[in-house]
Write a protein that binds this ligand. Structure first.
Ligand SMILES: CCCCCCCCCCCCCCCC(=O)SCCNC(=O)CCNC(=O)[C@H](O)C(C)(C)COP(=O)(O)OP(=O)(O)OC[C@H]1O[C@@H](n2cnc3c(N)ncnc32)[C@H](O)[C@@H]1OP(=O)(O)O
Length: 132
């Protein structure tokens, strides 16, 4: 197996899905999902995907942008899907989409999307290659 197909296999293995409910305690004064809660969930899902990819200690170095395309009403079911988008030398960029779903029908569509970059650290706490 060549390097490219190994990377593709690891990327596939790293895909992370997390399903949650938007219940009270997770909402804002508009009765929709609190943006900070969404960001924490996205960072966590991205972190899990990046860790599954490289199995090394990681820190978040950057979130390029997060698009809140629509608000997510209280009582929704949401699914986070985190996928590796780019593998650098010491960094990994992960895209996370949040899909929203009403409890009482099958429609599911994307509401929030963002990307997060992590850097692998060696025992000296300095950036280390993510592969090998
Ligand atoms: C309300 C309910 C609460 C619940 C709550 C639950 C939350 C549950 C969340 C769980 C989520 C877990 C996530 C844990 C992870 C942390 O929490 S980590 C804590 C936050 N992050 C940090 O403290 C990191 C601080 N930063 C650093 O230490 C240094 O910047 C770093 C990361 C070591 C990088 O150092 P550096 O000297 O910039 O390194 P350098 O060699 O220049 O670059 C290294 C790589 O980073 C890339 N890079 C550097 N800067 C950037 C940048 N700004 N943008 C993109 N790439 C960059 C470079 O391009 C390079 O990539 P490669 O070309 O090698 O692939």
């Amino acid at each position: 197996m060549n390097d490219e197909s190994q990377i593709a296999k690891r990327m596939e293995h790293a895909v992370t899905r997390v399903t949650k409910t938007v219940f009270p305690g997770r909402t804002n004064h508009h009765n929709t999902l609190f943006g900070g809660e969404a960001l924490a969930w996205m960072d966590e899902a991205a972190f899990i995907a990046a860790t599954r990819f490289c199995r090394k200690p990681l820190v978040t170095v950057c979130s390029d942008r997060v698009d809140f395309k629509e608000s997510i009403p209280a009582g929704s079911i949401i699914e986070l899907v985190a996928k590796i988008e780019h593998v650098g030398r010491t960094s990994i960029r992960v895209v996370v989409d949040i899909f929203v779903e009403n409890m009482f029908n099958d429609d599911q569509h994307k509401a929030i999307s963002g990307s997060f970059t992590f850097v692998a650290l060696g025992p000296d706490r300095k950036p280390t290659p993510v592969l090998g």
